[in-house]
Design a protein around this ligand. Structure first.
Ligand code: HEC
Ligand code: HEC
Ligand code: HEC
Ligand code: HEC
Ligand code: HEC
Ligand code: HEC
Ligand code: HEC
Length: 324
């Protein structure tokens, strides 16, 4: 009987704390608008223009020698590279022909170029200490997606060589960065055509699969897919081991608690920076209330009142039992 009462008390305290934590969540973000510095000017601007004149937009034209006139045609959307995205990306200082054969300057492109071998990230970035490419590659090889390599999956499936840019590490606006990172996954997970290139799996409705998350839209705007789907690795800035779906994070308190796992993933870069400046305590206080440490005082009071009330009930019970 007593045991039963204690369970109820614990339940009440827990229930009264969940919304209290959530109330603090709303005050979380200090979104600053990122101020773009002067636009990047590539030394290869002119060279690249040879390719952008066709690959930079949805229409292109060329002189058809057998017809002896200019022909206009549509560029497939998959072959379009937005110029402004390219010059903001990690590889903005490259010439197209650093990675592609110079034979692409002729059109129609020679057919054998289709068979051209591609460089991997590691071919150029192996041994890197800042981003830990080798450790990332190792994790990727243990990831759920790795079995799709034979179907064409690779680092490039998530990191477009032309448009990928470092996001959360340099983030001025966490929400924007989260949206950027989630779009990487949704590129396939909300586009069944792309998904089907890799798998015969039946169509999966991502919204339905995450029905159990309250206010799904708010969650998807505040955390990344990789928070719940990768295995945390203290030594890696961005964990890359996508676990099987059955091992995805589902328990609320993995995030909504004082020692939230988000400190080791999403908020990692912020806390490291703060640690350097000796403001680590500040970030713990600031961020963990985001995820549930700082409670609403009225709700706290309420939980105390409930707690007190239950103690009184138990006391009365015990009193009558002893005096029976
Ligand atoms: C006159 C227009 C035109 C120009 C200029 C042009 N391309 Fe293309 N490119 C195309 C079209 C159309 C395709 C799709 C048809 C094909 O694969 O040939 C294509 C396809 C490609 C492909 C994909 C080939 C594949 O395996 O599917 C690559 C890579 C490429 N171009 C690179 C370049 C580079 C690099 C340049 C500049 C040096 C360039 N292109 C200049 C029109 C052009
Ligand atoms: C850092 C190396 C690198 C640079 C620089 C680069 N590419 Fe690519 N490009 C690649 C790789 C790798 C692929 C194959 C991607 C894949 O397998 O998904 C590719 C694929 C392509 C394709 C085929 C469509 C696609 O996106 O998969 C086109 C078209 C293309 N590149 C054009 C260009 C043009 C135009 C430029 C210059 C503005 C350029 N590339 C610069 C590495 C590069
Ligand atoms: C052809 C060689 C080559 C390939 C292939 C390549 N990179 Fe790079 N990458 C570079 C170079 C060189 C730089 C530095 C560019 C600069 O400083 O302007 C760079 C820059 C970067 C940066 C930014 C680093 C910084 O400090 O700003 C990231 C992140 C990056 N690459 C990721 C990747 C990923 C992920 C892949 C594979 C999907 C890849 N790269 C493929 C050569 C390459
Ligand atoms: C399933 C998708 C996916 C695949 C596959 C993938 N990555 Fe990533 N990667 C991400 C996401 C998401 C981020 C976070 C981007 C950000 O916020 O800057 C990231 C970040 C990175 C970063 C930046 C880390 C940092 O410290 O800021 C590097 C470098 C990188 N990936 C390399 C690779 C390499 C190399 C491979 C292949 C061995 C690979 N990735 C495969 C999704 C992927
Ligand atoms: C290039 C397309 C593509 C991208 C990008 C992609 N995925 Fe996937 N993913 C797939 C396909 C296809 C499957 C189904 C594999 C199968 O047939 O079992 C899959 C499976 C999964 C699974 C289930 C794994 C299992 O074994 O149960 C999870 C979880 C997942 N992806 C998460 C992600 C996350 C998180 C990202 C972004 C960081 C991402 N995916 C990016 C194509 C993609
Ligand atoms: C709060 C944690 C959380 C977030 C955030 C999250 N997921 Fe999930 N996801 C899960 C859990 C838990 C499951 C397993 C659900 C089940 O078994 O019914 C799952 C299932 C999946 C599956 C497997 C579906 C299947 O049945 O094969 C995919 C794919 C997936 N998520 C992709 C994503 C993508 C893409 C995002 C980002 C837009 C994302 N998830 C964000 C927790 C999360
Ligand atoms: C991967 C980490 C993570 C998991 C798991 C998670 N949450 Fe959240 N949740 C967050 C973050 C971060 C926010 C902050 C939203 C914001 O920006 O205000 C949030 C917001 C909320 C909110 C307020 C959102 C709103 O505006 O309605 C509630 C309520 C909530 N979570 C309850 C839950 C419950 C219940 C579960 C378990 C079923 C859960 N959360 C699982 C990270 C998580």
């Amino acid at each position: 009987m007593k045991f039963f009462h204690f369970r109820i008390i614990i339940l009440f305290v827990l229930i009264s704390r969940v919304p209290a934590g959530a109330a603090g969540l709303m005050r979380s973000q200090t979104d600053t608008i990122s101020k773009d510095t002067a636009a990047f000017v590539s030394p290869y601007e002119e060279d690249n223009q040879r390719c952008f004149k066709c690959h930079g937009q949805s229409k292109y034209s060329y002189t058809n020698e057998s017809l002896g006139r200019e022909v206009r045609a549509m560029m497939f959307s998959e072959r379009i590279i937005k110029k402004e995205d390219f010059y903001k990306a990690n590889h903005k200082s490259f010439s197209c022909t650093d990675c592609h054969s110079t034979e692409y300057t002729t059109f129609p492109h020679p057919g054998e170029l289709r068979m051209e071998a591609k460089l991997n990230c590691i071919d150029c970035h192996g041994g890197d200490e800042t981003y830990h490419f080798d450790a990332i590659a190792e994790e990727y090889q243990k990831s759920s997606h790795f079995k799709l390599e034979s179907e064409g999956f690779s680092c490039y499936s998530c990191h477009d060589p032309h448009t990928y840019k470092i996001s959360v590490r340099n983030s001025q606006n966490l929400r924007e960065s989260i949206a950027y990172d989630n779009a990487i996954c949704l590129d396939c997970h909300s586009d069944f055509n792309k998904y089907q290139l890799l798998s015969d799996h039946e169509e999966i409705n991502i919204l339905k699969k995450h029905d159990w998350l309250p206010n799904q839209a708010a969650h998807m705007a505040s955390v990344r897919c990789i928070e719940c789907h990768t295995q945390i690795n203290e030594n890696l800035p961005v964990a890359h081991l996508i676990k099987p779906k059955a091992e995805a994070v589902k328990r609320c308190n993995e995030c909504h608690s004082q020692n939230s796992m988000l400190m080791a993933s999403l908020y990692k870069f912020e806390s490291k920076e703060q640690r350097k400046d000796g403001f680590f305590n500040g970030i713990i206080l600031n961020q963990s209330y985001v995820i549930g440490a700082n409670r609403n005082e009225y709700l706290n009071l309420l939980s105390l009142v409930i707690f007190g009330g239950m103690l009184v009930v138990i006391a009365i019970h015990v009193f009558f039992r002893i005096n029976k």
